[in-house]
Ligand binder design. Structure first.
Ligand SMILES: [Zn+2]
Length: 152
């Protein structure tokens, strides 16, 4: 019976979720509540100063969500200290991140964005041998909103 109850709650949640129109890259409503500084990073693809963000040295159990649309993006279990000055993750929540080749800094980098709202997050780097997964998602703190785990 407990499983059935959970299933019904899940279906009700999904029903509510499906009533919302699916956001597209043209839908800027996710960005309306952001401050000018947040927009300068998330919408205009800026970069916050290194070692300045609130999550650079942050170490709590929970999930990091997109500041713009609140989609879950990264798990605290995948966060590691790379000493690069920005929050670093060696994995992402499945399907949460999309990638785009970025030539803007005169070098080829891979930009990472929220799959749901296309908000700019940062860049992903491969082959640095910093962790077993060999990936570093280098993310602006300002693009993230941390929510502590409710299961602890
Ligand atoms: Zn988003």
């Amino acid at each position: 019976m407990k499983l059935l109850g959970s299933l019904i709650i899940y279906m009700l949640l999904m029903l509510g979720f499906c009533q919302n129109p699916k956001p597209t890259t043209q839908n800027t409503s996710h960005f309306n509540h952001l401050s000018e500084f947040e927009k300068s990073i998330i919408v205009n693809k800026g970069t916050e100063a290194p070692f300045s963000g609130e999550y650079d040295k942050h170490d709590e159990d929970g999930l990091y969500h997109c500041k713009a649309c609140m989609s879950p993006l990264f798990r605290s279990a995948d966060k590691f200290n790379s000493n690069c000055g920005w929050p670093s993750f060696d994995d992402e929540i499945d399907g949460a991140i999309k990638r785009k080749t970025d030539y803007s800094a005169g070098v080829v980098r891979t930009e990472i964005m929220c799959s749901n709202c296309s908000g700019h997050l940062g860049h992903v780097f491969e082959g640095e041998l910093l962790t077993d997964k060999n990936l570093r998602h280098c993310v602006n703190s300002i693009s993230l909103e941390f929510k502590p785990s409710i299961f602890n």
